[in-house]
Design a protein. Structure first.
Length: 158
C-alpha cells in the first residue's frame, strides 16, 4: 500500500481470471460501506471478473451469477460483511454507464438512492460524467499487461 496526501493506493497483479477473482476478495476486505467507486479499464480488461470476486467475498453471489450490466445498466447483490465477529448486511451495486449518453439519462438511474450506509457502488465508465466523478470516493483501475495478466490499482480517498 502507498499513501499520498488523501489517497490510499493498493496495487495488485493478476495472471488469470481465477487470480482476478482472488484479488476481488482482497479488495472486498478493504471496502467499508458506504463506498462509491469508479471501476476503470478498457473493454475486456476484466472488470466484471473482479466484481465476481468482490461479490463472492461479500457472500452476495457466486462468481457464475455475476454478469456484466452493459445492457441492464445496474446489477444488485445483497450480501454480508463480518465486522468484529458480527455479520452486517451489505448491498453491492455494479453499474455500467457505457451506453448512457448524457446526464439526463444518468439522472433516471437514481444513483443517489443507491448510496446508503450499507452500500458499495462500483461504476464502470463513470469517468464519462462529472456528476459521477464528484460522487466518487476513489477508483479501481485495471490495465492489461499482456496476455491474461492485469495490473489492478485500488485508490481510496480518506
Amino acid at each position: 500500500m502507498t499513501q499520498t496526501a488523501d489517497l490510499k493506493i493498493h496495487q495488485f497483479e493478476s495472471h488469470s481470471g481465477k487470480e482476478t477473482i482472488a484479488v476481488g476478495h482482497r479488495i472486498a476486505e478493504l471496502l467499508t460501506p458506504p463506498k462509491f467507486l469508479i471501476l476503470r479499464g478498457d473493454l475486456g480488461a476484466g472488470k466484471t471478473t473482479l466484481v465476481k470476486g468482490i461479490a463472492e467475498a461479500l457472500q452476495a453471489a457466486d462468481p457464475d451469477e455475476v454478469t456484466s450490466p452493459t445492457f441492464t445498466l445496474i446489477h444488485e447483490y445483497e450480501g454480508t460483511r463480518t465486522v468484529n465477529g458480527q455479520k452486517e448486511p451489505v448491498m453491492l451495486y455494479h453499474l455500467d454507464l457505457y451506453r448512457i449518453q448524457n446526464e439526463r439519462q444518468l439522472d433516471s438511474l437514481g444513483l443517489d438512492e443507491l448510496i446508503g450506509p450499507a452500500s458499495i457502488v462500483l461504476v464502470e465508465w463513470g469517468e464519462k460524467f462529472p456528476s459521477v466523478l464528484k460522487r466518487s470516493q476513489g477508483e479501481i483501475e485495471m490495465r492489461t499487461t499482456g496476455g491474461d495478466s492485469r495490473s489492478i490499482t485500488l485508490a481510496l480517498r480518506d
